[in-house]
Structures are given as structure tokens and as C-alpha cells.
Design a protein around this ligand. Structure first.
Ligand SMILES: *Cc1c(COP(=O)(O)O)cnc(C)c1O
Length: 385
């Protein structure tokens, strides 16, 4: 059996090696390392793929979120509502811009921001909602867009974990996640579903004026060379990363399909075990089977464990050569950097529970049946002992 990895970027590279190697060589020969033509080509390809008017490439996903918030003109003291159960980058940029983060609980089935909790958190100071499409599954965008409209709020989608995912609206229309809100942000960190060989990110919007503002902000607030109209940052996607992304984008749907197939095999192995809750849920059609509409792109395959010594299981799997992850072990509202005296533990029942129950299994495009079977059987052996 091949060695099991949490993500297998080497196996994926072997299949696109010729294109990546020759593209990188071309960038080096041409010496247009920054803003070379390939960056623009990738931008156009991604606009096409996402069916969004504007893609603004930048240096990483955290920058993408920050620049999106700067572009919307959010001001210190403005309240921004986001999920308590996510990677810290989401809340970090809110705090960095001196906006006020308002963390709210998540849904126990999808792990995504709870729309009832959003409703309760809205105040006259609220200016934006940041849904995170966690682990590759879209948040409830029907309700989030409705709430935003009713309260005149911006929606900034954190799409770092869900690129390529579809969201099926209640009326049957379909959009790519990241292209639904006023602005979307994503990361091309190597382990993401569309990852480069270093850092990278992008911002998406259908708003021409906002796109123009964002293009200036990523480039020191310059709209004309050496004239600085607004305070900006330096955040660029370099040409070598764009080569990798341009080579991978045509395969993204196949990559996501491979992840879904691996997820289905895991789920088949665990179904019926009352100590394991599998992530078989589709937000879009309320079906209890994700294969009913195929929208989840499984950035992570995350189980909830009931009455299982989770840390013992992690050690057991590691000893057998199976890496695994706990995303995330601490709710953001309990992190030192983000504590706020307004928070009450009773408002975070779900995240407080999830942090003790979740485990994410190896998930990538190169998992084979032998590996999946070994992982599932080893996990079941521990659980059923
Ligand atoms: C990875 C990630 C980010 C940050 O992306 P970087 O490119 O690492 O800066 C932001 N939000 C979420 C949910 C992520 O998973």
C-alpha cells in the first residue's frame, strides 16, 4: 500500500508535470515574475469557470478577505458577523481592520454558520456577514442573502475551502460558491482544493465599481502609477503560482469528484455505526444524502464521534501510519486573541460540542480503495473495541 498522507500533492503533480514544468521554465526565461501574462490568463479562466465578472488575484486567502473588507469601506467599530467554528484567518482580518468581530454558533449538521444565530446577532452597527463554506460545503446562502438584503448588509463569502462547489438555490438556480455574495475570497494555499506551490489567493465580485476599487487596493492604492488615491497593500499572485493554477483549473471538477467519491466510500464504511456521524448532508436540497445533489467538495472529510476517546483514536491512527486532523480544537470565541466579554457560553452550544467530537480523515485526489479501506477498518477497530 502507498504511504497514506493527509494531502498528496506529489501524486497530483505527476499528472500535470509537463505543463507545470514548461510553464515555470517559460516564466523564468521571460523574467516576468510579477504580473506576467499568465496571471491575467488564469484570472480570465477563473472568471469563466466561476461565472463571475471579476477575479482579482492576490497573495493569499487572508489578504483576500482583508482586501475585500477594505474595498467595501468598512470602518472601525462596524460589526461583522462570522462563524465561531472556522480557521482563525476569517476573524483575524476583521480584528486587524479594527472592525468588531461578532462570532456566532454553527449548525450541528453542516458545521456552517447558523442563520438563526445571525438573526439574533444583528444590531444597528452590523455591516457585514462572512459565511465560511466550511470543509467544502456551502453555507445556507438563500437565507443569508435574504437577511443581508433585509438589513442592508454586505455578504463576504470565505470560499477558501469550497472552490468549485455549487450552491443550488431554493428556486433551482445554481451558482458557484464565492460568486454569490457581494464579494468572495479564496485561498490557493497548496492543500486547498485548488492549490498552488506557495501562497496565493483571489477576490471575486460581480460589481464593476468594487472590482476597480479592489484592483487599486491590492497595488498600494494606485489607480494611476505613483498616484495613491486610497491606502492599499501589496498583495500579488506571482507568475509561477499562476502557471500551476492555470494548469490545475481544468482538472478542478475532476479533483472535486475524486474527493466526493472517496467521501462516499468512507461514508459507506461508517454507515450504521451509532458512534459515528458522517457528513452526509446536502444543504441545497435538504436531502440527507450529499450524493443526491453533489455539491459538497470535501476539502475535509470530517466525522463527529459519539462517546469515543477522540484523542486516543488520533494516537491509534497515527501509530498505524494514518495521519488525521482535528479542525478545529478550540472555538474562536475562546481563543485568547478573540475573547469578548459580551460572549456567553450558552450561545455557543454547538461549537463547544464540535471541538470535542470532530476528526478529519485523509482527504485528497489520490486516495485509492486500498488506503480508504485500511483507514476505515483501522478506525472501526478502535471504535468497536
Ligand atoms: C486557508 C483559509 C484561509 C486563509 O488562507 P491563506 O491563503 O492561508 O491565507 C481563510 N479562511 C479559511 C476558512 C481557510 O481555510
Amino acid at each position: 500500500m502507498k504511504k497514506i498522507q493527509m494531502v498528496d500533492l506529489k501524486g497530483q503533480y505527476e499528472k500535470i508535470k509537463d505543463e507545470v514544468d514548461s510553464g515555470i521554465r517559460q516564466v523564468i526565461e521571460s523574467t516576468s515574475f510579477i504580473n506576467g501574462p499568465v496571471v491575467h490568463e488564469f484570472q480570465k479562466d477563473l472568471e469563466n469557470y466561476l461565472q463571475v465578472k471579476h477575479v482579482i488575484p492576490c497573495a493569499n486567502g487572508t489578504d483576500a478577505l482583508q482586501i475585500a473588507m477594505m474595498g467595501l469601506g468598512l470602518k472601525p467599530g462596524d460589526e461583522v458577523i462570522t462563524a465561531d467554528f472556522t480557521f482563525a484567518a476569517t476573524v483575524e482580518v476583521i480584528a486587524l481592520l479594527q472592525l468588531t468581530p461578532v462570532l456566532v454558533d454553527v449548525d450541528p449538521v453542516t458545521f456552517n454558520i447558523d442563520t438563526e444565530a445571525i438573526k439574533k446577532a444583528i444590531t444597528p452597527k452590523t455591516k457585514a456577514i462572512v459565511p465560511v463554506h466550511l470543509f467544502g460545503q456551502a453555507a445556507n446562502m438563500d437565507e443569508i442573502m435574504q437577511l443581508a438584503e433585509a438589513h442592508n448588509l454586505f455578504v463576504i463569502e470565505d470560499n477558501a475551502q469550497a472552490i468549485g462547489a455549487d450552491y443550488i438555490f431554493k428556486d433551482g438556480s445554481v451558482k458557484k460558491t464565492g460568486a454569490i455574495g457581494h464579494v468572495g475570497a479564496t485561498s490557493f494555499f497548496p492543500s486547498k482544493n485548488l492549490g498552488c506551490y506557495g501562497d496565493g489567493g483571489a477576490i471575486f465580485t460581480n460589481d464593476d465599481e468594487l472590482a476597480h476599487t479592489l484592483r487599486g487596493i491590492v497595488n498600494h492604492g494606485m489607480y494611476r502609477r505613483y498616484y495613491h488615491d486610497v491606502v492599499g497593500v501589496n498583495s500579488r499572485l506571482d507568475s509561477i503560482q499562476a502557471v500551476v493554477l492555470k494548469a490545475k483549473l481544468p482538472h478542478l471538477d475532476a479533483y472535486n469528484k475524486a474527493r466526493r467519491q472517496a467521501a462516499q466510500k468512507y461514508t459507506n464504511a461508517f454507515t450504521g455505526n451509532d458512534k459515528i456521524i458522517t457528513p452526509n448532508y446536502c444543504t441545497a436540497c435538504d436531502a440527507q444524502r450529499y450524493d443526491a445533489c453533489n455539491t459538497h467538495v470535501f476539502h475535509q472529510y470530517t466525522l463527529r464521534l459519539k462517546g469515543v476517546d477522540r484523542d486516543g483514536l488520533v494516537n491509534f491512527l497515527n501509530e498505524k501510519g494514518i495521519p488525521c486532523g482535528v479542525y478545529y480544537p478550540v472555538p474562536l470565541h475562546q481563543q485568547k486573541a478573540y475573547q469578548d466579554s459580551r460572549y456567553r457560553e450558552a450561545d455557543f452550544k454547538v461549537t463547544n460540542q464540535l471541538v470535542n467530537e470532530v476528526i478529519s480523515l485523509p482527504m485528497h485526489t489520490e486516495l485509492d480503495d486500498e488506503q480508504i479501506e485500511f483507514i476505515a477498518n483501522t478506525l472501526l477497530k478502535f471504535i468497536n473495541q
